[in-house]
Design a protein around this ligand. Structure first.
Ligand code: ATP
Ligand code: MG
Ligand code: MG
Ligand code: MG
Length: 563
């Protein structure tokens, strides 16, 4: 590609809402442009990355024996009513009406559609097992779209669905998909972890997420150092309860689980409490830890504050000054999934990013979670009574916390959807039986951002070769003055193209400084500089994007290919 014909829309402008580095860099390097909340256009250079990620996903899904399909984005409401999810999905599902008043949704996921499709076509055990997939646009009306394409409303997902005669066969395919996912994430060139997951709203039994480790991740992972246990904190096993601590103990020692009994909390706070209790743990201004118990069933109008040494003072969440005075700026949320507390975050912790952490259940994300991204808050994990340094639940290794970006998620659904939607097939004995089902998602568009979160420096993106928009960029110096440079650049460009290398030639006639700045910002992994000086000794200057310095290499196609 000639950059004169492939305009780079690099810019210094940064959208005010770009909180994380991937969003900033994708915007500055001209990969994406915002249309509205959670809606992005993929510019030509961005689409090249998206298509490379898609290509890897498609290749590995095909290799694993899955069959590509393409399903509609708009689904009739009846299907979702049949599965019972029309009600459950809540506000995250975008609902529409056609000109006749018939109801539809824009598909946030496709279990209903695929079961409906399969039940029309698949009648016999002889047609199973089968695994269908698609790479397609989803819409989820996220409560808080942000981080650019990482938590968008419209996004690209690869979703696969398999059907089986037995649970054992489902387990076999689940493992087949797990292996395919390991190949996909390995080929993307990122540091990732498969972790046990909560299957949330989608339902089913076994479930694992594939996380890209990065500080901007919205999920917290409990990983056993020196062992194999790894789980999203949403799904982390509850460890044995520690003995009740004396009120003077530090909070981490007290190790309060998310939903304690009233009795335990009352004792801890030295405050009488009744009803269901939700816990919120806050780090005080002077570093001391503070606990608040939210009283009643999701009622936020009254809280009790306890501080070490324990002070119990009633205060209302409508009083931000008081919250600030008591707790300082940093607020961490520990309540169980679904308990709405962002009031505190909005007022008292405006200076702190308030995370929404991913639960799979709609409207059941933890909102207003404000722990430090460096995981300095061990107490947050009290949600599941897991603390950093704990022994792993399987007894091997010690728990350490990581932040992760959920890039993929696989589930054994069992017969939840096939049963609800009356999908049956004939077995060998000619009896109608309900097939088992699995589903397997990958956030294709989210992955582009997730890779950047891991691979960047102060100058811009550092794409791994496999997903870079171009693998090689040729930068001729002074080609307007030097026919030799121009010819050499053109010849190398043609030769690399002939070898099937995705190469770009910067023929815009820019000065070296701005050419190199653009090359670094957009993140091309290999840069070849061609100038009169080097040509005099038959050399090109080569720089790997991540390397500290450039080196001289022989001015031959072979020398370039060797890099
Ligand atoms: P999250 O916990 O981040 O909300 P999810 O658990 O709701 O994600 P799944 O239903 O498991 O998502 O969907 C499969 C994949 O789709 C996820 O693993 C993720 O990579 C991607 N994905 C989900 N929601 C979004 C979104 N709003 N924007 C971009 N990608 C998304
Ligand atoms: Mg999730
Ligand atoms: Mg979600
Ligand atoms: Mg998920």
């Amino acid at each position: 590609m000639r950059l004169s014909r492939f305009p780079l829309a690099t810019t210094k402008e940064m959208p005010a809402d770009a909180q994380v580095i991937s969003h900033q860099l994708m915007q500055r390097a001209g990969y994406i442009r915002k249309l509205g909340a959670g809606l992005y256009t993929w510019m030509p250079i961005g689409l090249k990355v998206l298509q490379k990620i898609e290509g890897i996903v498609r290749e590995e899904m095909n290799r694993a024996g899955a069959l590509e399909t393409l399903m509609p984005a708009i689904h009739p409401a009846e299907l979702w009513q049949e599965s019972g999810r029309w009600e459950i999905m809540g506000a995250e599902m975008l609902r529409l009406k056609d000109r006749h008043g018939a109801e539809f949704c824009y598909g946030p996921t496709h279990e209903e559609v695929i079961v409906h499709t399969a039940r029309q076509d698949i009648r016999s055990y002889k047609q199973l097992p089968i695994n269908y997939y698609q790479i397609q646009t989803k819409f989820r009306d996220e409560r808080r779209p942000r981080f650019g394409v990482m938590r968008a409303r419209e996004f690209i997902m690869k979703d696969a669905y398999s059907f089986h005669m037995t649970h054992e066969d489902l387990a076999r395919e689940y493992d087949n998909m797990r292996q395919a996912y390991i190949r996909i994430f390995t080929r993307l060139g990122v540091d990732f972890r498969p972790v046990q997951a909560d299957s949330g709203n989608i339902g089913g039994s076994a479930s694992e997420e594939f996380h890209i480790l990065a500080g901007a991740g919205e999920d917290l992972l409990a990983v056993a150092e020196g062992g194999s246990y790894a789980a999203n904190i949403e799904a982390a096993a509850t460890l044995p309860q520690p003995a009740p601590a004396a009120p003077s103990a530090t909070l981490s020692k007290v190790s309060t689980p998310g939903q304690k009994t009233c009795e335990q909390v009352s004792k801890f706070l030295s405050v009488p409490l009744t009803g269901k209790v939700k816990l919120l743990v806050v780090k005080g201004a002077e570093g001391g830890l503070v606990a608040i118990a939210l009283r009643g069933d999701h009622q936020l109008n009254e809280v009790k504050a306890g501080k070490h040494p324990l002070v119990a003072s009633p205060l209302t969440l409508a009083d931000p000054a008081e919250v600030q005075r008591l707790f300082g700026a940093e607020v961490g949320y520990l309540g169980p999934v679904g308990c709405p507390v962002p009031v505190i975050a909005d007022h008292a912790a405006a200076a702190v990013a308030d995370f929404v952490c991913g639960a799979n259940e709609n409207d059941h994300h933890l909102s207003g979670a404000n722990w430090g991204r460096d995981c300095s808050y061990v107490e947050q994990a009290d949600l599941r009574n897991v603390v950093e340094g704990d022994p792993s639940p399987d007894g091997v290794g010690t728990i350490k916390f990581y932040r992760g970006i959920e890039g993929g998620h696989i589930f054994q659904l069992g017969r939840k959807y096939t049963e609800a939607m009356r999908f049956s097939v004939l077995n060998e004995a000619g009896e109608a039986v309900t097939p088992y089902m699995g589903c397997y998602g990958i956030g294709v568009s989210r992955l582009a951002a997730a890779v950047i979160e891991q691979k960047h420096d102060a100058n811009g993106i550092i794409w791994p070769d496999a997903v870079a928009p171009f693998r090689v960029l040729i930068c001729p110096i002074g080609s307007d003055r030097s026919p030799a440079v121009k010819d050499a650049a053109e010849a190398l460009y043609a030769a690399l193209q002939a070898k099937g290398i995705d190469v770009a030639l910067d023929d815009r006639g820019q000065r070296p400084g701005s050419m190199f700045a653009d090359a670094d910002l957009i993140g091309i992994p290999h840069r070849i500089v061609i100038g009169d000086k080097g040509l005099a000794t038959q050399q090109y200057e080569y720089k790997q994007r991540a390397a500290a310095a450039a080196e001289m290499i022989p001015a031959t196609v072979e020398a370039v290919l060797a890099k």
